[in-house]
Ligand binder design. Structure first.
Ligand SMILES: [Zn+2]
Length: 351
């Protein structure tokens, strides 16, 4: 028996198969989904805060459990196989508050999840084939990254999650982190995101520019994380930390409102939750408090290095985004001209 899967499901299959989602060995069955929603743990007790589900058409759901193995087909490629454990339907509305900490059905993560399907198939998987796709030249497996870290003799590496084109405060955060660790793994998330988020090409080109021209040589590694954004704030920050542990990072940077959207989460809730689990995950959380531009120092700095709070100018991602949309000037205090020139040549945002 065969099932056709869509691109988003292919990406999840790939992440499970390459070990990016360890300890997960397959798409979640019904019991694991309930357990994860309620306690952020799989039935076996292991920490895993985000549901990873395989949507299937209703018509297929009746015959599946009789089969030992089902082939997963994406775009005419047999990309994997699944060993069915459970077929189930979900009403995500019941889980809205648990997963997203809100009852607001307009939450963008909820909207994405709700559109994904009604019927799901859970079971262990085997990845049979990795396909090429847009920007997949930037993909890297945990095994490959671990080898690279070894080759470059980096004893400590901090993972950095991002979905934005870097402004100067991002740069500052990364350079500052290099005082604590030997290396950085910049890993932009380029799976499904909401309308208005940055397109992957802009993010990747900008970081490539910084790595080639600005960052210290041989200390900053770049690779993509191809999975959807969930916008579930603290829960998703823990998920992101687990993934970076799987990639061989010793540290993980968590900033203000990590994986948040709108005003659903407290500014530092994600940091607090990650710190709570840092021992269990086996990764050190580096808590990042927003750097700012100081009119007195005439540079980006932070609370530790400059106490002139009256001269503080916030580097606002939201304002930069608005200026980009309206094709307005952006001061070089906040964003490099070279990066602006790179991204303004093409589409910047998801429409
Ligand atoms: Zn200052």
């Amino acid at each position: 028996m065969k099932i056709n899967i869509d691109f988003d499901s292919y990406l999840e299959l790939e992440k499970i198969g390459i070990g990016a989602f360890k300890p997960l060995e397959g798409f979640m069955n019904e019991k694991d989904f309930y357990s994860v929603a309620e306690s952020m743990r799989l039935v076996n007790g292991k920490l895993f805060p985000i549901p990873i589900l395989l949507p299937i058409p209703k018509i297929e759901s009746e015959h599946i459990l009789k089969k030992k193995k089902i082939l997963l087909i994406y775009d005419n490629n047999t990309v994997g196989e699944i060993y069915p454990e459970s077929v189930f339907s979900l009403n995500f509305k019941k889980f809205l508050h648990l997963l997203f900490g809100t009852n607001d059905e307009k939450h963008p993560g909820y909207k994405i999840l709700n559109k994904s399907g009604r019927f799901f198939l859970g079971g262990r998987i085997k990845l049979l084939k990795q396909i090429k796709y847009k920007n997949s030249e930037y993909s890297i497996t945990p095994k490959e990254l671990k080898l690279l870290i070894k080759k470059k003799k980096l004893r400590t590496v901090a993972g950095f999650q991002t979905r934005n084109v870097p402004h100067k405060a991002h740069e500052y955060i990364l350079i500052d982190a290099l005082k604590k660790v030997d290396g950085l793994f910049v890993q932009p998330l380029i799976g499904k995101k909401k309308v208005g988020d940055f397109l992957p090409g802009c993010i990747l080109k900008s970081y490539k520019y910084l790595i080639d021209n600005i960052f210290p040589k041989n200390q900053v590694l770049l690779g993509t994380l191809t999975t959807s954004m969930r916008y579930s704030g603290p829960r998703e920050a823990v998920f992101h930390a687990i993934i970076r542990k799987n990639y061989g990072c010793t540290h993980f940077l968590v900033g203000r409102d990590h994986a948040g959207v709108g005003s659903y989460y407290g500014e530092y809730d994600a940091q607090d939750l990650c710190v709570k689990f840092e021992k269990e995950i086996g990764i050190n959380i580096i808590k990042v408090r927003g750097p700012f531009y100081c009119e007195f120092c005439k540079k980006i700095t932070n609370d530790k290095n400059c106490l002139r709070s009256s001269q503080k100018v916030e580097v606002s991602g939201t304002k930069i985004r608005k200026a980009l949309i309206n094709n307005k000037e952006i001061s070089e205090k906040f964003m490099r001209k070279e990066i602006l020139n790179l991204i303004r040549k093409e589409d910047i945002f998801i429409k």
